[in-house]
Design a protein around this ligand. Structure first.
Ligand SMILES: CC(C)(COP(=O)(O)OP(=O)(O)OC[C@H]1O[C@@H](n2cnc3c(N)ncnc32)[C@H](O)[C@@H]1OP(=O)(O)O)[C@@H](O)C(=O)NCCC(=O)NCCS
Length: 211
């Protein structure tokens, strides 16, 4: 019986393992000019919520609240990121009740970042890179993602970054919708292929940028 369970478990993990060895992923790079940032896109969630930068203690607090949704390895990645120069990890926090509805990250201008699935290095001279956005399931569809994007734009426009950049997988329509609403437009498509240990990445820049 135990043996059967073991083989069932092994079998069910095969598709997941295979999808890491062979894949074609399509994504797009979107940009937004921050020099003309204004409150025209203002997203407010009433004053109950704030975007607050994590330190080790507050990050642990968020992890403890949402252990069922944050994988331990990802928590450690976030924790290491809070210590790296040029990187910021933020949480969307309720001022009144202390709970977190999600988190997100930013790499400052001039920090080189590699998107590992796409095997693609974001060249962000004078651009800030928004990444690792996550809203906890029970808080979705209430505008928290748009709030987190708007707040990051405000922070980094104030720090004289000229552009904000994000990479979104082509199947992630909800995230595309959040970023487009806030003025982001597509500037490049990225296609990544992986065949065992061989990785290839193809990019195409847009001249007449579609939205
Ligand atoms: C993508 C994600 C961050 C969106 O968070 P959210 O707080 O639910 O998004 P918002 O409430 O701010 O809504 C953003 C947009 O998506 C739309 N939307 C939200 N939920 C939707 C749903 N279930 N179906 C269709 N559209 C939806 C909203 O209407 C809004 O579009 P609009 O500006 O045109 O009105 C969240 O689903 C998530 O964490 N997903 C997993 C991780 C992920 O994909 N991260 C993004 C990587 S770039």
């Amino acid at each position: 019986m135990k043996c059967l369970k073991f083989f069932k478990r092994k079998l069910s993990s095969i598709p997941n393992k295979l999808s890491k060895l062979f894949y074609i992923k399509k994504a797009s790079e979107y940009e937004c000019d921050l020099t003309s940032f204004s409150s025209k896109y203002e997203v407010s969630l009433n004053s109950e919520f704030e975007l607050t930068e994590f330190d080790e203690k507050s990050l642990e607090e968020m992890y403890e609240q949402n252990k069922n949704e944050i994988d331990y390895c990802h928590y450690i990645i976030l924790k290491e990121r809070t210590k790296l120069p040029g990187y910021h990890v933020y949480g969307i926090r309720s001022r009144n009740h202390g709970f977190y509805s999600g988190y997100c990250s930013v790499a400052e201008k001039d920090v080189k970042v590699k998107e590992s699935t796409l095997n693609y290095e974001i060249r962000n001279e004078n651009e800030v890179y928004f990444f690792d956005d996550y809203i906890f399931k029970k808080h979705r569809s209430r505008g928290f993602h748009k709030f987190s994007i708007y707040e990051r734009m405000k922070i980094f426009a104030g720090k004289s970054a000229t552009r904000a950049v994000v990479i979104i997988f082509d199947n992630n329509k909800i995230s595309q919708s959040s970023y487009k609403t806030l003025g982001f437009s597509k500037r490049k498509t990225i296609t990544a292929l992986k065949l065992l240990f061989i990785k290839m990445t193809f990019c195409k820049a847009y001249h007449n940028k579609p939205r």
